[in-house]
Structure formats: structure tokens, C-alpha cells
Design a protein around this ligand. Sequence first.
Ligand code: TMP
Ligand code: ASP
Length: 237
Amino acid sequence: MKKKSELLYHGKTKSLYATDEPDYLVAKFNDDITAFNQKKHAIIEGKGSFSNHFNAFIMQKLKEEGVDNHFQSKLSENQSIIKHLKMLPIECIVRNRAAGSFCKRFGIEKGQILDPATFEFCLKDDALSDPMINESILLTLNLATKGQIAAVKKISQRVNNILEPLFDDSQFILVDYKLEFGLFHGAILLGDEFTLDTCRIWDHDTKEIFDKDRFREDLEGGVMPFYHEVARRVGLR
Ligand code: TMP
Ligand code: ASP
């Protein structure tokens, strides 16, 4: 049995702890919620435990559908055992609809269907506001290899093929999402998290927002009732 030991990393919403097995970590989901590269921050009681359960649900679904990832098992309400990856410093963003920075950067109307879905890399660096980066720059700066780039693109697309219908069946639109990857004994594996903090989800008919944009935009009704409704509709609880 893996035993939790020292704190290795304290992120914006998660803390990672070592275990007595070097290949495994404990991820603790905290109640923090942040936006705009931490310019906005709050504590929402129960969000950590919600995100732990939601992430476990999605990662298990992905695993069942053949997308291996770092998730191993839930350890407690707000902690899970994960594989210890060496993370690539990049964010992979897939968009099925225009929203957020896509609308701002390209002058596209919010909600426009993006077919085929777009894929973009961002450099994971809050101080630089996570700038968009391309394959050429990733290669030149030795941030990823050609093989790794091909692998993360392929897996990101497969995740879309699995999750878009999953949310569609629950009367939601999976607008966009962000994935992060790492290396486990040299092989690319999906890591980090898939939660309502790292994607956009709208009601299919009303286009009502059910994701972290509720916090970004200070929408009336708060965040958690909407997060719980997503969980309910996808069959999580
Ligand atoms: P964006 O429209 O702000 O570029 O975000 C696209 C998607 O990626 C959206 O679902 C939010 C998610 N995202 C994160 O999870 N973390 C980040 O640091 C950024 C920039 C986006
Ligand atoms: N993930 C970033 C933050 O938490 C940016 C965002 O989601 O708006 O600050």
C-alpha cells in the first residue's frame, strides 16, 4: 500500500505528495479556484473533493476507452493516487466551439462551431500568461520531441472523440478543454486533471455556462450548484 509522505509541489489548485513508491504520487485537490493566471482567487468549500471525484470519473472513462493516463485510484474524498510523471511544460487545448481567448485573438463570435476541432499548444508559464507556442518553437527550445508532439496531438483528439459524445448524451456541449501530458518511464501519458476548472461546458439548448467561466465572470448562482448538476447529468452521483 502506497504511503503518503512529503509535499513535493503546491500548485494553484492541487498539491502533490511523494509516496513510499517513487513511481506514484498523491494528488490532493484543494478548495482554491483561480483565474486569469492567479489574478483572481477564491476558496470554495467542497470544490477540492468535487474535482477529485469528477477527475477520477473522467480519467476512468478515458482509461476504459483506451486512453491510458496517470490516474490510479481515489485515496480519500479529496486525494487520489496518480503515477509520477515528468510533466511537459505545455498545455494542449482542443476547441469544438469558439470561446474565451479564441474569440479575443481571432475576432470570432462566441459559440461558433469549430469543425474540425482546433488544437493549440500553450507554454505553461503563468508569469508569461501561458503564451501560444508552435511545434517549431517546442522543438528548437527542446521542450518536446517530434514523437512527443505527435503523441499528445493524437491523444488529445482521441479524448475529444470520447468526451464530446459523453457530454452530448447528457445534453451538454463540450466547448473546449485543456490537457497536460508527462513522461512515465519514457512514454507519453495523459496527466494533470480533467475537471470543470479546465474545460468549458454549456447546456446544449440554453447555452448556459456550467464551468469555471462562472467564477471568471462572477455569474449569479455561483459555481458549485452548476458543477454538481454536470456530475448528476453525466451519472457521477
Ligand atoms: P482560453 O479560451 O482561455 O484559451 O482557454 C481554453 C480552455 O483551456 C478553457 O477550457 C480553459 C482551459 N485553460 C486552463 O485550464 N488553464 C489555463 O491556464 C488556460 C489558459 C486555459
Ligand atoms: N488556469 C489559469 C488560472 O487558474 C487561467 C484560467 O483558468 O483562467 O489562473
